[in-house]
Every structure is written in C-alpha cells, then in structure tokens.
Design a protein around this ligand. Structure first.
Ligand SMILES: C[S@@+](CC[C@H](N)C(=O)[O-])C[C@H]1O[C@@H](n2cnc3c(N)ncnc32)[C@H](O)[C@@H]1O
Length: 255
C-alpha cells in the first residue's frame, strides 16, 4: 500500500463499512448499470458494495482489489454467504495493478472507488490509474466524504473534538479528509474533459436512537484502529504534531 491507512480494519471499522450497499453508497451508479458490465472496484474493503453491484449485473462481472489480505478474505466470505459468484476479490494496490491477473489497461466498463481517495497520499495518481483501466467511453465513479461538512445537533463538544482530531491526524498522514468536495478538481487534473464530469452530492443521516448508537459505536476508530494507535499517542505530548508528521509519513502500514 502506498501510505498508511488511518482507519485500519478493526471490527468497529468493518462494522461501519459492512453496512454499505449500492443504494446507500453508490446511488450515482444505478442509472448507468447494465446487466453485462465489467466493473473494477478499487479499495473494496469488506466488499458489501462490491457484492451488491455484482448481484445487479447477472451477465456481468466485478473484479475487486484491496491491499489488505484480511479484508479481502472477509469480502470473499461475504460473497459466498450471499451466493454471488460473478465477483473476484484479489489483494492489490491501485498504484501497482500491473501484476494482477485479468486486470488490463482499458478493460473495464466502470472503475469504481468508494471512500478510498481520501485515504491516499496520491489521489491524483489513483485517479489517473482508474482512467487508464477504464474502456474508452466507460465510467470512472468516485465517492468520498468531507469530514469538514459533517454536522449534528445539538452541538456537542466531544463530537467536535473528535472531528477536529480526525482531520488533524488524517492531514498529518498526508491524506485528504475533505476529499469529497475536491473530486471534480482531481478528475480535471487527471485530464478528463469538464463536459464529461458529472458531480453530485449525497448524504448519510443517522437520526433514530438505534442509528445514532450504531454510528457512534463505529467512530471509536481513532482509539481502536491498529493503524492509528501510535498516531494518537504522538499527538499527546509537546510538539506532538511535529512528531506526527515524521512518524506518520514514514510508518509502514500493518495491513
Ligand atoms: C474506507 S475503506 C472503503 C471500503 C469500501 N470501498 C467501502 O466503501 O466499504 C478504504 C479502503 O481502501 C483501501 N486502500 C487503501 N489504499 C489503497 C490502495 N492504494 N489501493 C487500493 N485500495 C486501497 C483500504 O485498505 C480500505 O479497505
């Protein structure tokens, strides 16, 4: 993997990611889905969006990659449980896909990434590879959140502190926690013509007591995620931020 992945793959993170479906996380793709499409899902995580996509493409196929072998295993299990067979999960990095069997330049109708670019130190490089892997006339579909835009009521000092800390840590790792609003610009820089770029906005809303409890339980990532433990500790002391810059940038990811 090209840089540290802040969230890591702790159970609390996977609980949150496994809730995701095409309806709640990739509705922008639905109008473009055709039964025989060949799709690449970049940074598929536990694969719930991937498997949902595959189940909507009865004559098509979804190839999914993620650098974490553990999470790829979980994604394979999920596909088996759902009895979806037109999907293939492989350990792989978007910056280094050349060795992957079956992945070729210009070979996918759709190349999709959900909540991935924000975690990368080189999101433009990722976008360029995604464009390269897409067939002429195909679709590159990316969706990312914007931590700066997350909001709630009533105001809550603890939640505000969590958000500020998350953004600080992510930026310290040279990632882009506010990527959502930057995506059109990254697409332009990758060479896509302005008239071909379609921007849209979506939201997740957690309102009922059950939804709030669930989303809160998945946001202890900064203290439970294996990748972020040392980062959080490094913020604690004097000059913590300076130590974060050096430590985060050089640290090897565990997954
Ligand atoms: C926030 S998760 C999103 C997972 C999934 N797309 C979803 O929305 O449920 C980001 C994923 O990107 C993966 N990732 C990080 N760097 C990557 C890279 N260079 N190439 C491909 N995937 C990467 C991580 O391992 C992680 O599983």
């Amino acid at each position: 993997m090209s840089g540290p992945y802040l969230h890591g793959h702790h159970a609390s993170v996977l609980r949150s990611h496994s809730w995701r479906t095409v309806d709640n996380s990739a509705p922008h793709l639905i109008p473009y889905l055709k039964p025989d499409l060949k799709v690449l899902d970049v940074g598929c995580g536990p694969g719930t969006i991937t498997v949902d996509l595959a189940s909507r493409l009865p004559q098509g196929f979804v190839y999914a990659i993620d650098p974490s072998a553990d999470v790829i295993e979980k994604a394979r299990q999920h596909a088996q449980e759902k009895r979806v067979t037109n999907v293939r999960f492989e350990v792989g990095d978007i910056h280094n896909w050349q060795g992957l069997d079956g992945v070729k330049e210009g070979s996918f109708d759709v190349v999709h990434a959900h909540q991935v670019l924000q975690h990368l130190q080189d999101p433009l490089g990722c976008m360029k590879e995604m464009v390269r892997l897409t067939k002429k006339g195909g679709i590159v579909a990316v969706r990312d959140c914007d931590y700066g835009a997350m909001d709630w009521y009533p105001e809550h000092p603890g939640m505000q502190k969590w958000k500020d800390l998350y953004i600080k840590v992510a930026k310290g790792l040279k990632a882009y926690p506010n990527m959502g609003k930057m995506l059109h610009s990254i697409a332009l820089q990758a060479g896509l013509p302005r008239q071909d770029i379609e921007a849209s906005i979506g939201s997740w809303c957690f309102s009922t007591p059950e939804e709030r409890a669930w989303v809160s339980s998945s946001h202890d990532q900064l203290t439970t995620s294996t990748d972020s433990d040392s980062v959080v500790r490094s913020l604690g002391g004097p000059n913590g931020e300076e130590r974060l810059q050096t430590k985060g940038a050089g640290r090897q990811p565990r997954d």
